[in-house]
Design a protein around this ligand. Structure first.
Ligand SMILES: Cc1cc2nc3c(=O)[nH]c(=O)nc-3n(C[C@H](O)[C@H](O)[C@H](O)COP(=O)(O)O)c2cc1C
Length: 188
């Protein structure tokens, strides 16, 4: 038997990422985001849903740029911290010990400890109610070369990304099988 529930956001698991942004004074910030996803492949785009009262909201809206940093399990403590403390309360870079390096095409920095970084440029902002959806084009992808497989694709079993299940962080579990398109079947 299934019961009906009131509508609420229930689509989990989702990836958890660290979004880096730069405020009007040029100060970098890191904010944890889980309502994030890939939304187009050509041009490649991601979407991040951000509540307007987050400190990073204004920084991203003003500059039209941010970086999606994909953390590994090793960065879990920083992920949880950057998702519960605002820049208004603390310098999260200093508090977590995470380090940054300059991006190539955007102003906000990359987080060095995250093995994958996507430099993003905002194309559209859609107001949805509680959150605004920032749809952004991926300008540059940075990958730790130790993660690449023989075909040059990112081996996410090595990247150890973190999945968010609404109130808990999980590691990615067991491989089930390869996707059809990897065996030569096309997606229509
Ligand atoms: C696992 C996790 C996921 C989160 N995802 C989002 C999100 O998708 N959108 C959002 O606006 N806030 C999200 N938050 C909350 C922000 O990360 C949090 O409010 C943070 O303090 C914002 O930092 P800032 O004010 O310095 O930008 C999330 C928090 C956690 C712990």
């Amino acid at each position: 038997m299934k019961i009906q529930q009131r509508p609420y956001p229930v689509l989990y698991p989702v990836p958890v990422v660290l979004v880096s942004s730069l405020d009007a004074d040029g100060a970098a910030n890191i904010s944890t985001m889980a309502w994030v996803g890939t939304v187009a492949s050509a041009p490649p785009q991601v979407a991040v849903a951000i509540r307007p009262h987050r400190y990073c909201y204004e920084s991203i809206k003003e500059r039209g740029e941010f970086v999606v940093n994909i953390p590994s399990e090793a960065q879990l403590a920083a992920v949880d911290y950057c998702g519960s403390v605002s820049k208004t309360e603390a310098d999260k870079l200093q508090a977590t010990g995470l380090t940054t390096t300059a991006a190539v095409e955007v102003q906000p920095p990359l987080i060095v400890e995250c093995p994958v970084n996507l430099e993003c440029r905002v194309r559209q902002v859609i107001s949805l109610g509680s959150h605004d959806l920032f749809i952004a084009e991926i300008a540059v992808v940075h990958v730790d070369d130790s993660l690449l497989d023989d075909e040059g694709f990112i081996d996410f079993t090595k990247a150890r990304p973190i999945a968010y299940l609404g109130n808990e962080y999980w590691s990615v579990g067991q491989r089930l099988q390869r996707a059809a398109f990897t065996l030569g079947r096309t997606i229509v």
